[in-house]
Design a protein around this ligand. Structure first.
Ligand code: KG4
Ligand code: ZN
Length: 355
C-alpha cells in the first residue's frame, strides 16, 4: 500500500510517499520561511501563492524519488484543514485532481490527525495513548482512542504555545520562526534572573494559557536598557529566553501530569505519552516530558524533529491509517479553516474564563 501525502496548511509546502510497512519512500519539504521573514510572520496570501507555485514540482519529485509512478499509488491524501484556507485549498484541490485522473481514492486529512498519528509511523504503538499536541496554532492534550477518535482533555484559552515562542522571539529581535531561536538562546541563559509567571500551574484540569506569560516577557523587555537600535544585550536576551523556556516547561509538565492522571483513571494497562507538533522539536521540552513520563510509568514517544514540524509524510501516513479503516472521502469534501479533532469537547475554562 502506497499513499501520496500533500501538506499546504501553513508555511511548508510538502509532498511525501509512505507505504504500509511504515517506510517513508520520499519526503519533500519546502519551507517558505524566507518569503515570510521580512513580514515577521506568515502572510496568508503570500503562503497560498507560494504553495501554488511549488506544489506540482514537489509532488513530481516525491513520486520520482520514491522510485514509483503515479499509477503505483493506492490513494492521494491531503490536508483539508485546519489551517490558512488559501493554502489548504491549493493542496486539497491538487489532491482531488490527481485522484480524479488516477481513479484512486481521495483522503481528506485533518492536519492535527497527521501530527497525532505520526507516533504510529515511527514505531509500534497501540491505541489509546495520551497526546500533547503543541504547534504554531494549537496547544492541546488529547486521548487518541483510534483513527478519527479523539477525546480532548484540555486546550489553550488564548495563545498556542508555538505562537508564544514566536512572539517572544519577535520581542527579542530574534526574527521568525522563533521557536528554534528561543531554544538556542535559552541554553546560554540563566533561567532564574527574571521571574516569569506559570499560568494555570497548580490548577485542576488540563487547559493552558500563555498570554499572561507573553505580556510579562514584553514588560521585562521594556524595563531593560536597549542600545540605539533597540537591541538588548546578548546576556539579557539569553536570560529572558531561559526564563521563558523554564516557565513553559513547568507549565507543560504540570498540565501533562494532570492529563496522565485523567488518562490513568480510565485506561489500565500499558500507557504512552506522545508529544507532537512543531514545538515538540524543542529538546529541553522533550527531556522534561520524558522525565515526567518515566516517573509515571508511561512510555515516552517524540518523533524526530523533522517529523514534528509540518511535513507530507505525516499526511501520507494518516492517509494509510484512514484507507485501512475504509475512510475515504468524496471529491465534494470542503476544505475548512477550522476542524477540531474532538468537536464535542467542552470549551476551555480557566483564568477567569467560564466553560
Ligand atoms: O507544527 P508546525 O510546524 O506548524 C503548525 O502546524 O503550526 O509548528 C510550527 C511552530 C512554530 O511556532 C515554531 O516556532 C515552533 O513550532 N517550533 C518550535 C521549535 N521548532 C519549531 N518551538 C520551540 N522550540 C523549537 N525547537
Ligand atoms: Zn502542524
Amino acid at each position: 500500500m502506497r499513499v501520496l501525502g500533500i501538506e499546504t496548511s501553513c508555511d511548508e509546502t510538502a509532498a511525501a510517499v509512505v507505504d504500509g510497512e511504515r517506510r517513508i519512500l520520499a519526503d519533500e519539504v519546502l519551507s517558505q520561511q524566507d518569503d515570510h521573514r521580512p513580514f515577521g510572520g506568515i502572510v496568508p496570501e503570500v503562503a497560498a501563492r507560494a504553495h501554488l507555485e511549488h506544489i506540482d514540482g514537489l509532488i513530481e519529485r516525491a513520486v520520482e524519488k520514491a522510485g514509483i509512478t503515479f499509477a503505483d499509488l493506492d490513494a492521494v491524501a491531503a490536508t483539508a484543514g485546519p489551517g490558512l484556507i488559501g493554502g489548504v485549498l491549493v493542496g486539497a484541490m491538487t489532491a482531488k485532481a490527481l485522484s480524479a485522473v488516477l481513479k484512486k481514492p481521495f483522503i481528506a486529512v485533518n492536519h492535527l490527525e497527521g501530527h497525532a498519528l505520526t507516533a504510529r509511523l515511527i514505531g509500534n504503538l497501540d491505541f489509546p495513548y495520551l497526546l500533547l499536541l503543541v504547534s504554531g496554532g494549537h496547544c492541546q492534550l488529547l486521548v487518541v482512542e483510534g483513527v478519527g477518535r479523539y477525546r480532548r482533555l484540555g486546550t489553550t484559552i488564548d495563545d498556542a504555545l508555538g505562537e508564544a515562542f514566536d512572539k517572544t522571539a519577535i520581542m527579542l529581535g530574534l526574527g521568525y520562526p522563533g521557536g528554534p531561536a528561543v531554544e538556542t538562546w535559552a541554553a546560554k541563559g540563566e533561567p532564574k534572573r527574571f521571574p516569569l509567571p506559570r499560568p494555570l500551574k497548580g490548577r485542576p484540569g488540563c487547559d493552558f494559557s500563555f498570554s499572561g506569560l507573553k505580556t510579562k516577557v514584553r514588560q521585562t523587555v521594556e524595563a531593560l536598557p536597549q542600545d540605539e537600535n533597540g537591541k538588548l544585550t546578548d546576556n539579557d536576551i539569553a536570560d529572558i529566553c531561559a526564563a521563558f523556556q523554564a516557565a513553559v516547561e513547568d507549565v507543560l509538565a504540570n498540565r501533562t501530569a494532570n492529563a496522565i492522571a485523567a488518562f490513568r483513571a480510565r485506561h489500565l494497562g500499558p500507557a504512552a505519552l506522545v508529544v507532537a507538533g512543531g514545538v515538540a522539536a524543542n529538546a529541553a521540552i522533550r527531556k522534561r516530558l520524558a522525565a515526567l513520563a518515566s516517573e509515571q510509568g508511561f512510555r515516552f514517544i517524540a518523533p524526530p524533529p523533522r517529523l514534528c514540524t509540518d511535513n507530507g509524510a505525516m499526511i501520507a501516513w494518516a492517509g494509510i491509517e484512514r484507507l485501512r479503516a475504509g475512510l475515504t472521502d468524496g471529491l465534494d469534501f470542503a476544505a475548512r479553516p477550522r476542524w477540531p479533532l474532538d468537536p464535542d469537547a467542552p470549551a476551555a475554562a480557566g483564568a477567569g474564563v467560564k466553560a
